[in-house]
Design a protein around this ligand. Structure first.
Ligand code: ADP
Length: 481
């Protein structure tokens, strides 16, 4: 079989720029595909953090006017990834979060910034570069979703396209008046195209014109076809059902490896599980929790947003007190949640510790040192933190939605007796159910042999990219055949 050439278009990419799981996926998938003879290169915006990290970048194309200014397309390699970086200072030369101004509001010109990215993706797709002419353009989320729309209105020869939905909540919704500025015809403002409740939606356009739609778990692929999780796009997704599938994410098992992780005081593995206690003690020390090897630590590593259900956790905190458990939370986002978690820490020093911020290294130590990782999301397309938790022997306590449903084997009696359980699930996503799940976790924790068995099951679960990479290759070949 001939090698596949795929252009991935993404607005963030680990390890260069990351706000969430999208960056992890965009950074890991190309590496996982190398074993399958797939040449995946990634187009991403030239934010300052990206440009600063590049070494030996070459200009491979110049555009005189791309959405209001000059742009260079750079080619470079970084950490084994082949990149095309869109260096357009008028759009991307802004430090910090890729989407938000320092005051937390969206950049006023996000419509232009990500139309430019997609325009470039569509042009590379059509053969702009002699060195790389992709069979498929694989677009991630709304920031890249205009690629199939441009290709549709450009007409002529075009590559196949896939749009992957990492989170349907983010839709790239703008006023239709910008159509001219982003180089789309007025006729695109129709319900069969990108019109969306009086606005336009980049994501909707991508879903409408892509050859295939994927999302990041089989359960989420089902959920988004229903009104409850469909965020207004369920009707469209039902019509696209025959071209919609869910492929789970993996994690980078080199970055997340308790046997080699430099962030831990001592390595450990499923066989040497007793060494995990050193990480637990280090975590308690670092976070100012009472150093007590018997106290069960519940960990949280999360964006603080309504999606993640952490308001329910605030309501459930008294149960941790009742059970003599501790909380180690790392997160940032919603100002009200940040304030309330800080207040919870102040009210319960030594038992509740909440670090507000973003800290990769601490995330590793929490996974290694906490006993259970809480993920009470209202919806969760895939979720990565529970996969990291499995790998580190932290038992996930999760709501039964989306990818959390697909990646955790619930500790019901049957699974416990068969010795296959890896975590605890609860449903519906309410405070009483979360409390009940925490109580189940504390009861299981006291049953040390069962708990250890679950940890070992968890650590042996395959959370790598091997399976997902195979599924993507199969899909790519299917689309092209
Ligand atoms: P989402 O993409 O919805 O935010 P995921 O669970 O899919 O959620 O991915 C979140 C990723 O970001 C994980 O790799 C997680 O470890 C990381 N992460 C989230 N919040 C923080 C934080 N405050 N500090 C460090 N890492 C974080």
């Amino acid at each position: 079989m001939k090698p596949l050439k795929i252009l991935s278009v993404a607005s963030e990419l680990y390890p260069l720029i990351k706000t969430g799981g999208l960056a992890d996926v965009a950074g890991a998938l190309p590496l996982a595909l190398q074993a399958h003879d797939v040449d995946m290169r990634t187009l991403l915006p030239g934010y300052p953090a990206v440009l600063a990290a590049l070494k030996g970048a070459q200009v491979v194309h110049h555009v005189r006017n791309l959405c209001g200014g000059k742009a260079n397309l750079l080619s470079a390699e970084h950490a084994g990834l082949k990149l095309y970086v869109l260096d357009a200072p008028h759009l991307y030369n802004r430090p910090g979060n890729p989407y938000l101004q320092p005051d937390g509001m969206d950049w006023h010109d996000n419509a232009l910034r990500f139309a430019a990215l997609a325009r470039m993706g569509a042009d590379i797709g059509k053969g702009l570069l002699n060195e790389f002419s992709p069979h498929i353009v694989h677009c991630h989320d709304w920031q890249a979703a205009l690629v199939p729309v441009y290709l549709h209105y450009d007409g002529g020869k075009r590559p196949k396209t896939i749009v992957t939905v990492h989170n349907l909540a983010f839709q790239g919704r703008f006023r239709p008046e910008i159509l001219h500025d982003i180089g789309l015809p007025a006729e695109a403002n129709r319900i069969e195209a990108i019109e969306y409740f009086g606005d336009i939606s980049y994501l909707k356009g991508g879903l409408q014109f892509a050859d295939w739609i994927t999302t990041v778990s089989p359960t989420y692929a089902r959920e988004i076809r229903e009104p409850e999780a469909g965020m207004g796009l369920d009707g469209l997704l039902r019509t696209k059902q025959a071209h919609l599938s869910g492929i789970l994410n993996g994690i980078d098992t080199n970055v997340w490896n308790p046997a080699t992780d430099p962030a831990l005081p001592a390595p450990f593995s499923a066989k040497k599980l007793s060494l995990r206690a050193k990480s637990k003690a280090a975590l308690q020390k670092r976070l100012g929790l009472k150093v007590d090897k018997h106290a069960q630590i519940f960990g949280v590593i999360s964006r603080l947003s309504g999606q993640k259900g952490l308001d329910l956790l605030l309501e459930a905190l008294p149960v941790l007190q009742d059970e003599g458990a501790q909380l180690a939370l790392l997160g940032a986002g919603d100002a009200v949640l940040e304030r309330e978690f800080r207040a919870a820490q102040a009210a319960h020093p030594g038992a509740i510790s909440c670090v507000i911020g973003y800290d990769e290294e601490l995330a590793h130590l929490i996974q290694a040192g906490c006993d259970a990782l809480l993920v009470p999301s209202r919806f969760e397309p895939c979720g990565l933190t529970q996969l990291c938790a499995l790998r580190y022997g932290a038992i996930p306590v999760v709501s039964r939605v989306g990818g959390l449903n697909d990646t955790i084997i619930e500790a019901n009696e049957m699974a416990l007796n068969a010795g296959v359980a890896t975590g605890i699930q609860f449903s519906p996503v309410t405070t009483p159910q979360l409390i009940e799940a925490i109580r189940r976790a504390t009861a299981l924790y006291r049953d040390a042999p069962r708990w250890k068995q679950m940890q070992q099951n968890a650590m042996r679960a395959d959370v790598s990219w091997d399976g997902p990479a195979r599924a993507y290759v199969q899909l790519y070949r299917q689309i092209l055949s």
